[in-house]
Design a protein. Structure first.
Length: 280
C-alpha cells in the first residue's frame, strides 16, 4: 500500500521539489498551499492532490487532513515547509509584520502538528519534517525577525522531539543554508522595501552588497528535497539534517567557539562585519 505525505507550501521552491520527489517514489502526495491554482498543472500527476490550506487557519487544516485520511486511508509524513520572510534591520520591521512572520513560521507549524497528532498517536507512528534554516542556529544581520522565527522553530521542534518519541512519532529538522529559490531574491527585495532609519543606511547597503557577493555555494531545491525525503524515510530518531555546503562548518563554529572567537570567525566569513566597530 502506498504511503502518504502532506506538504505545506507546495507550489514553489523546496515545497514543489519535495512534492515531485515523493511522487516520483510512488507516494500519495497532499500538496497544500493557500492557492491551489498556483501549483503547476504538470505537478498534479496521479497520486498528487492540490489542496487549499492556509496554515494560519485551523479549520482549513482540519478539513484538509480529514479529507486526505478519507481519500488515502491515512497520512504517514507531514512536511512543514510553508514560510514567510520579513527582512531588514529590526527597527525597520513593523510589529504587524513581525506578528505575521510568527503566525506562519511558528504558529503555522504548531497548528498543523496539533491537528495531525491525534491521527499519529492513534497509529503510534508518523514523521514530522520541519523545514528550518541554518539561520535558526546562527544569527545574521538584517534578518533578525525571520531568523528569530527559525530559532523558535528549532526550540519547539527539539522539545516535541523528546515528547513525541513516547508516542512513536518522529520529529526531524532540515536546516538549509543558501538555496537557489525565488525566496532568496525576495530577501533582498524585502530589505529594500523596508527602509531603515538614516543611521542604518550605510550598514544596510554594505551588508546587502556583501550578501549578494558571498561565495558560499548554494544548494538547489532538488538537493534539499532529497534530504527531506531521506529524513522522512530513514527510520531513525535523528533530529537535525544540515542541508547544503558550509552549514555544518558554521554550526560547528557556533557551538564550539566562545563568543570572542565566534565573532572573529563571523567577521572573517562575512567580510562586512570586519568593518564594524568592536562590539564592546
Amino acid at each position: 500500500m502506498s504511503r502518504t505525505v502532506l506538504i505545506t507550501g507546495a507550489a514553489t521552491g523546496i515545497g514543489r521539489e519535495t512534492v515531485l520527489r515523493f511522487a516520483g517514489a510512488g507516494w500519495n502526495v497532499v500538496a497544500t498551499t493557500r492557492r491551489p491554482d498556483s501549483i503547476p498543472p504538470e505537478d498534479l500527476m496521479p497520486g498528487v492532490q492540490g489542496v487549499a490550506m492556509d496554515v494560519t487557519q485551523p479549520d482549513q487544516i482540519a478539513s484538509a487532513i480529514e479529507a486526505a485520511i478519507e481519500e488515502f486511508g491515512g497520512i504517514d509524513v507531514v512536511v512543514n515547509n510553508a514560510g514567510f520572510g520579513e527582512f531588514g534591520v529590526f527597527e525597520a520591521v513593523s510589529t504587524e509584520k513581525i506578528r505575521a512572520s510568527f503566525e506562519v513560521n511558528v504558529l503555522g507549524v504548531m497548528n498543523v502538528m496539533r491537528a495531525m497528532l491525534p491521527h499519529f498517536r492513534e497509529r503510534q507512528s508518523g514523521v514530522f519534517v520541519n523545514i528550518s534554516s541554518a539561520g535558526g542556529i546562527v544569527g545574521m544581520p538584517a534578518m533578525s525577525v525571520y531568523l528569530t522565527t527559525k530559532f523558535a522553530l528549532e526550540g519547539f521542534s527539539e522539545s516535541v522531539w523528546f515528547e513525541l518519541a513516547s508516542q512513536g512519532v518522529a520529529v526531524k529538522l532540515v536546516e538549509p543554508g543558501g538555496v537557489e529559490t525565488p525566496f532568496l531574491g525576495k530577501i533582498m527585495d524585502t530589505r529594500r522595501a523596508n527602509p531603515a532609519h538614516d543611521d542604518y543606511a550605510a550598514f544596510v547597503a554594505h551588508n546587502d552588497h556583501v550578501m549578494s557577493q558571498l561565495a558560499w555555494p548554494r544548494s538547489t531545491p532538488i538537493e534539499i528535497a532529497d534530504i527531506v525525503f531521506d529524513a522522512a524515510t530513514d527510520g531513525t530518531s535523528r533530529l537535525r539534517y544540515f542541508a547544503g555546503p558550509g552549514v555544518a562548518h558554521m554550526v560547528s563554529a557556533r557551538h564550539t567557539f566562545d563568543d570572542e572567537r565566534y565573532e572573529i570567525f563571523m567577521r572573517a566569513e562575512f567580510d562586512a562585519l570586519s568593518k564594524l566597530p568592536d562590539l564592546v
